[in-house]
Structures are given as structure tokens and as C-alpha cells.
Write a new protein. Structure first.
Lengths: 72, 209
């Protein structure tokens, strides 16, 4: 009985080691995948910033032009 | 195109994932900015040789567009840095240098705005423009190369051009990158010419209207 317990607990310890390993693998993989997924949104944010900046410049010009037209 | 082109999956060093596509948007900003500041310098020199309002307007507006692209470059750089380097601003020598260069150009507009006499404004502005342009070289080109930097090209890094490391880009990426540089530059030129036409009209009105 004592021996069976010992073997069982040994097995559990050994197996748990694999479980932990597998979990680490999964988290590492999923972390990478999540980062990969995120990265495309960063590009999106950058493009939107550019669009916003360029449109602000043009809207500013538009406003000034309208003012000039109104004066004349 | 910037979203569709194949990227090298296994980049050496830090994994950038899809954010490497920012190279098509962030880097052309700086190329365009350099080009506009150069155009601005040429018109500033032209003004000093032969004073005319037209040259002054061209110089000021191209500097303005250059500043716009520089600011956009800094903001897009900060967004990218937050993802890749962990902070919006990490005091990277290139970041600081770019910020200093832009502040020098902000001072150009403050200087112009503070002078009421048109001729004096144009002449002082042109002289300051030349100084500002030559300050770009230490802040953007020389200092970031001399110290360690998170950007490519610093000491202890991969070497080469500090703005982009050509060897890291695949042929397909270069096929997108260079047209992007040309495209953003042309867009900026169009925006500048619009502004210049407006300014010339306004000047005409002030003089004859």
C-alpha cells in the first residue's frame, strides 16, 4: 500500500511537471499570437493619425479660404 | 498596399510582427519633412539673393508643411514606440533630436509672427530658416548615430542608415516603401501649393483690395 502510494505520488509529481510545461508553452504561444493580432491595430492607429493630421491641415486652410471669400 | 504586402515572418532581433508595416507610414513622414525643409531653405536663400514676397511665402509654407509632417512623424513614432519599446517616450536620442529640431522650427514661426513689418519679417525669417536647417543635421543625422539608440543605426546596433535599415527590408517591402515616400511627398507638395495659392491671393487682396 505504501509503495503504491509512493509510485502514485511520484507519477503525479512527474506528470504535473509536464502539465506546467504545457501551460507555459500555451501561454507563450498565445501571448505571441495576441501580440501579433494587436500589432496590426497599431498600424491602423498610425494611419488614422496621419489622416487626421492631414485633414486638420486642409480643414484649417478651408476655413481661412472661406474667411477670405467672405471678406471679398 | 502597406497592409497587404508580405512581410518577412522571421525578422532578426526583436519581433515586430505586423507593426513593421509602420515603416511605410512613419518613415516617409521624415523623408517628406527633410525634403520640405530643403525646399524651404532654397527659397529662403532665393529671398536673400532677390527679395520678393513670392519667395518668402514659398519658404514659410514649405516650412509649415514640413513641421506638420514632422509632428505627425513624432506622434506616429510615439504610438509605435508604445507598442514596441513599452513607452510613448523613452528618451531615445533620435526622439529627443527630432523634438529639438521641431522646436527650433516652431521658434521660426513664433519669430515670424512676432515681427509686424513685412520686409523685416521675411528677411529675419529667411536668415533664421538657414540656421534652423543646419541645426537639423546634428539633431537628426549626427547625434543619433554617435550614441546608443533604440532606432536602427545607433552605436552598438546594426549600423547603417539611422532612419531605416535597408538590409532588414525584403524586396517586396521596398517595392511599397519607396512609392510611399514619393506619394507622401507629392501629397505634401500639393497641400503646400494649395496653401501658397491661398497666401498669394490674400497678399494680393491686402495690397490692392
Amino acid at each position: 500500500m505504501g509503495r503504491i502510494k509512493l509510485i502514485a505520488s511520484l507519477c503525479i509529481i512527474l506528470f504535473s511537471c509536464y502539465v506546467v510545461n504545457a501551460q507555459e508553452l500555451i501561454t507563450e504561444e498565445s501571448r505571441k499570437a495576441a501580440r501579433n493580432e494587436q500589432s496590426i491595430y497599431i498600424v491602423m492607429a498610425v494611419v488614422l493619425t496621419l489622416m487626421l493630421g492631414i485633414f486638420l491641415y486642409l480643414f484649417n486652410l478651408d476655413k481661412k479660404l472661406s474667411k477670405l471669400e467672405k471678406e471679398g | 498596399m502597406g497592409f497587404l504586402v508580405k512581410i518577412p515572418q522571421q525578422l532578426p532581433g526583436v519581433p515586430l510582427f505586423h507593426s513593421i508595416r509602420n515603416v511605410f507610414f512613419h518613415v516617409p513622414m521624415w523623408f517628406a519633412m527633410m525634403i520640405f525643409f530643403t525646399v524651404s531653405l532654397i527659397y529662403a536663400i532665393k529671398y536673400l539673393i532677390k527679395p520678393s514676397t513670392k519667395h518668402d511665402i514659398y519658404s514659410a509654407i514649405y516650412a509649415k508643411t514640413g513641421v506638420l509632417f514632422g509632428v505627425l512623424g513624432i506622434i506616429t513614432g510615439a504610438i509605435w514606440a508604445n507598442f514596441q519599446w513599452g513607452a510613448y517616450w523613452s528618451g531615445d536620442p533620435k526622439q529627443n533630436g527630432a523634438a529639438v529640431a521641431l522646436l527650433i522650427y516652431f521658434a521660426y514661426f513664433i519669430l515670424r509672427g512676432s515681427l509686424t513689418d513685412e520686409e523685416k519679417k521675411a528677411r529675419v525669417g529667411a536668415v533664421y530658416n538657414i540656421f534652423a536647417f543646419f541645426m537639423l543635421f546634428p539633431t537628426l543625422w549626427i547625434l543619433p548615430r554617435m550614441v546608443e539608440s533604440l532606432h536602427p543605426g545607433g552605436q552598438g546596433g546594426s549600423g547603417g542608415n539611422p532612419a531605416l535599415n535597408g538590409g532588414d527590408m525584403s524586396a517586396e517591402m521596398r517595392m511599397v516603401f519607396w512609392p510611399a515616400v514619393i506619394g507622401f511627398t507629392l501629397l505634401g507638395v500639393w497641400m503646400s501649393t494649395l496653401y501658397i495659392r491661398f497666401q498669394i491671393l490674400k497678399d494680393k487682396k491686402l495690397n490692392y483690395g
